[in-house]
Structure formats: C-alpha cells, structure tokens
Design a protein around this ligand. Sequence first.
Ligand SMILES: [Fe+2]
Length: 349
Amino acid sequence: MNELGRLEDLPADYREKLARQNLVPLWPSLRAVLPPDKPQPRTRATHWSYEALRPLLMRAGELTPIEKAERRVLVLANPGHGLEKMQASAAMYLGMQLLLPGEWAPAHRHTPNAVRMVVEGEGAWSTVDGEQCPMLRGDLILTPTGLWHEHGHDGDAPVVWLDVLDLPLVHYLEASYHVDGRRQRVEPVRGDRAYARGGLVPAPVFRREAERSGKAYPMLRYPWADARAALESLAADRPQLEAVQVAYVNPETGADAQNILGYYALMLRPGQTLRLPARSPAMMFHVIEGGATVQVEDQRFALAEADTCCAPGYCAVTLSNASPDAPTFLFIADETPLHKKLGVFETRA
Ligand SMILES: [Fe+2]
C-alpha cells in the first residue's frame, strides 16, 4: 500500500495558513478514517462482574439520595472509548441502576431509546406511556424515544436493572435532550397482556385505520417467563437448531422492538459451544440465568449470573456453557437495526 504524505512533510507556514482558513489536508489522515479491510474500533472487549460492581452500587445508594441522582446509575464504560465518554460501544450505553424501597425516579422523556433488563429484586415498576409495568427479574421493559417514563418501588429490598440506551449515537447526532414531567396517570390497558401470546394480536372491529393500534410501540414489557418459555419451546421443537434465539419485536409488525438497537434472548444448551460469525455491529451479552464463557478473538471472559460483557464489531465471538445439565440464558443487545438501516451491515465467514 502506498505510503501517504505526513502532516510534518508540509511547511509550517503552509499548515498555519490552512488552519487560519479552517482547512485540513486529507491525505495525512486518510488511512485513519478509511483503514484497509476492516475498521479499527475503539470499542474493546470488556467484562463487568456483577459481584464486583454490586457493593459499589449499594454504596451509591448510601452516598447519594435519589433526589440528588434522579437516576442512580453506575455506567458500564468501555475503556477503549475513555471512561468519561460513558459508552460501551459506538452506539450503546450500558448502566446498572439501583432503586431502593420507597424511592421514585421522576417522570421524564428523552430522545434516546432505552430498555431495562431487571437483574435483581422485586416490587419495582416502570410506568411507560401510562402503562404500569411490573419489574420482575429477567423482564425487558422498553422506554422508547419520546415516551414518558418513571420508576417506583413498593417492595422491601433493593432493585437493580441494566439500562441499555442508544445514547452515544443520539448524542453524537446532537439530537439528545430530555423533558421533565409530572407523575403519569396509570391507564388500565397493558401491551404485555394484550399481546400475551405469539401469533395472536388484538383485532379491533370498530377501528377504521389500516394500522392495528396505531402505536409505534404497542408492547412495552416482555416478561422473562414468556421469553424463557419461548426459548424452551423452540429448543424442544428443533433439537438440531444451532442457535436457540428469539428476538424482541414489535408484535404488530414483526420489526425490531426499537429503531437503533436490537434485543434478543439466547439459550445455550447444557455443554453447548456456539460460534457466532464476525458481523459489523458491536454486541453486548448479559447473563440472565446460568454461566457462560465468552471468547472475543483471543480474549476469554468467564461470566457468572448477572455479569455483562461487550464485544466490538467485526470480531468472531464464541459462547459456551460448561454446565453438563443446566441451560444458560443470555440477554443480547446489538447495533444490527442501525447497521441494516444505514446499509453497512456485514457478516464475514
Ligand atoms: Fe429515562
């Protein structure tokens, strides 16, 4: 490959004249922005142990009252981007959020999309667009762009959940902002009840519109009991199936549940090793039940229950479950919907 001219090859007075006119020569930086064959991601494969972070999160509960935090979160920051950037990958933000009994995280809405995956505790709820969603371990709750949401806790032990947002991307686009609101009125309807069975959707008789509910996000809570049952049923129906995985989708359209990040639940059978092909989007893995080894190229992480890790795009990832008798269940988030919409999605052999 041709060696390109460097910035220091240019006379100093010429470089100064360029800078004064807000001009930059491309050739010294061309290889950095268009590297050969494969991107050079800043995202590093990173593992966050729940056992290690939990005491620090509980300490945050002692140090900072909810009124001083609004959202009491420790961000799972990728050192490759610099911790202060608070991002797990180019488009993904991850955070562990703590809500103590009796606390209320006030209503707001914002442009970035979020989901919550409940990690521990009972008695908390999220009210999203007027739907009060109970938060049980393993449940996935959407708080899509623009929808009001608030969190409360009527139980008696701490509740922790994993937040996944497309904040780094929306912030990069200079489109990130929030609006504060008042406590929402809880509506009697709930999408997770109306769409409780796969393949069966509410069929309005008196509605004239072509669309069904007319809602961009008809289902806001995906109970873990249902996702787990779907995986077990799929595994039993297709014993030869290599990857037992379900996607969280909009039940009316079958499209991804959100526009930017994709969400999936994956079951590793006892003793299973699953080799994922290298694909362009970065990925996040979180253990809902069991344990897993995640190998990202030459790095290997042993994930215990409630652990989280991330992998950059264009990397082959191998997942394995060493248990001889128990399945492992993973929650996965990735940047696939974004890459597909932008036309840059790739799978490599
Ligand atoms: Fe929020």
